[in-house]
Design a binder for this molecule. Sequence first.
Ligand code: 6AU
Length: 264
Amino acid sequence: MNAEDAWGPRWVNCAHPLSHEFMRVACEKESLVVLAADLPHVSGILQLIEDVGDCVCALKTHVDMVDGFSMEDWSKVVEAARSKGMLLFEDRKFADIGRVAQTQMGGMYDIRSWADLVTSHSVSGPDVVDGIAAAWDDVERVGGVLLLAQMSSSGNLLGESYTDATLDIGRASPHVLGYIGNGSSGVELKELRAKVGEGQMIWTPGVNLSAKEGVMGQRYGNPAEAVLAGSDAIIVGTGIHKSADPASAAREYASSSWEALLER
Ligand code: 6AU
C-alpha cells in the first residue's frame, strides 16, 4: 500500500528522514511491530530475527544485556536485521550530560556505528540529544532519538509537566524523531498525541494481546487500541519472544496493528 495513503498527515508532516523509512517499511510488511529482543544471547536474537523478521519493522535491543558481548558476534545481528529490512533501535535510555552521551555512543558497544535509533531520557536537559547526534556525526551517520515522554512501568515519575517539558525539548531538536508513549493507557496516549500533533512519532511499549500485567510492575494495554489512540509503532517483547510460537504471535501483532492504522 502507498505510504501516504496509509499514514495520511503523519507521512506529510513528519520531518525526520527515519520516520519515513519506518513508515515505508511498515507499509511493505503491513505491520507496526517493533520487536523488543530482550534475550541474553546473540544466538537467541538471531533465531528470533529468522523466525519473525518478515513482519517486524525494527529490532529493539538492550545491547548491555547480551552475555559475553563482542562486536564480531553483534555484527551478525546487525547483518541479519538489515537483511530482513529492519531498522536497528538501541533502547539505551541515555540520561547524562551531552559530552558523556556522545562518548557512550562509542565505547565497547559502538552504538553510533550500527543503531539507526536510540532512546533517551530528557531529565538532564536538551544537551543529551546534541551529544547523541554529535556521535552519529563523528561516524558520518544519521540517526533519530526517541525521548521518553511517558513510561509503562507502574509508579514511574514521568508526570504531566515532565511530559510537557520533554515535548518542548523534542520540538526544538531536528534529531528527535518522536517519543515513547505509554501503551498501557489509551487515555494517556490520546493526550500525548494531541500535544505532539502530526509532525513527530509516538512509539509504544507496554502492549500485549492477552496480558494486562507483566512482571515487576510492567503494565499492558491492547496494541490496536494504542494505534487507534495515536501510536505509530507497537513495541512488543514477551508477547512475541515468550510465546510458544513466536512467528504466529508476531503475525497477530502485525495484523492487529496494521488494521488499526488503516481504521485510524
Ligand atoms: O513487552 P515487554 O513487556 O516484554 O517488553 C517491553 C519492552 C522492554 C522495555 O525496555 C521497553 O519495552 N519499554 C520502554 C521502551 C523505551 O521501549 C519504555 C517503557 O516505558 N516501558 C518499556 O517496557 O524492552
